[in-house]
Write a protein that binds this ligand. Structure first.
Ligand code: AMP
Length: 223
């Protein structure tokens, strides 16, 4: 089983992926998180992609394929996984099909209007220690600038700065149409309105997955 979460930056993919992971036990593969970890740990990969990730541009498909292949081979992906931030273009879709095409698949796009994206991302802060996500308007931390879970420092991601946000939306819109068309033709595409509360969006996602998947029911109901 593969669950693919599509959606513009700020649509809540990371939050929903985390909830799904807890509910159905499949690991989340967030390509953005994998890249940010590499940057933070100053690995050779991190040094290579640092400026691209900070700018909101896409990292080359060549690098992304290597990262994805390696991650999908890990044992926790055996029964299924949740993709957050991959695929970003049709070339990445095709590669995913090549390396792991046999899986049953549910693709869900979290849809959000441009103004709402800009407002959400402007208010987003992330924990430097555990990666928890906060929204300063809807879900602020109890103590200013500190994570509720681990007390780590909360920061604004480089690519959540206003100029970069607009660039990221532009890049997303440019590439995603052909990805969505592909999944529509494959009959696995669903769209969920992401403007509602986290739990409401999550319920809608779960309903789709339950309807589409016998596999998950075998693992145990995701509700
Ligand atoms: P995200 O957290 O998904 O918004 O990703 C943050 C940044 O990581 C993006 O702006 C890109 O620079 C890079 N990135 C993440 N996933 C991909 C991908 N599938 N292809 C290319 N670049 C990616």
């Amino acid at each position: 089983m593969r669950i693919v979460l599509l959606g513009p930056p700020g649509s809540g993919k990371g939050t929903q992926a985390g909830l799904l992971e807890k509910r159905c036990g499949f690991p989340v593969i967030s390509t953005g998180d994998l890249l940010r970890q590499a940057v933070q740990n100053k690995t050779p990969l991190g040094e290579k992609v640092k400026s691209v990730v900070g700018s909101g541009e896409l990292v080359s498909d060549e690098i992304m394929i290597k990262i994805l292949k390696k991650r999908l081979l890990e044992i926790d992906c055996k029964n299924g996984y949740i993709l957050d931030g991959y695929p970003r273009n049709i070339a990445q879709v095709k590669i995913l099909e090549e390396i792991n095409g046999h899986r049953k698949e549910v693709v869900i796009e979290l849809y959000l209007e441009r103004d709402a994206i800009i407002e959400r991302l402007g208010a987003r802060r992330v924990c430097t220690k555990c990666g928890a996500i906060y929204n300063m308007l809807e879900h602020p931390p109890k103590k200013k600038g500190r994570c509720d879970i681990c007390q780590g420092k909360l920061i604004r991601r480089d690519d959540d700065k206003p100029k970069v946000i607009k660039e990221r939306i532009k890049i997303y819109n440019k590439e995603i149409g052909s990805v969505i068309d592909y999944y529509k033709r494959k009959n696995v595409y669903h769209r969920v309105d992401a403007q509602f509360k986290i739990n409401e969006v999550f319920d809608n996602i779960c309903s789709i997955i339950e309807k589409e998947s016998e596999d998950i029911k075998e693992v145990g109901s995701i509700r």
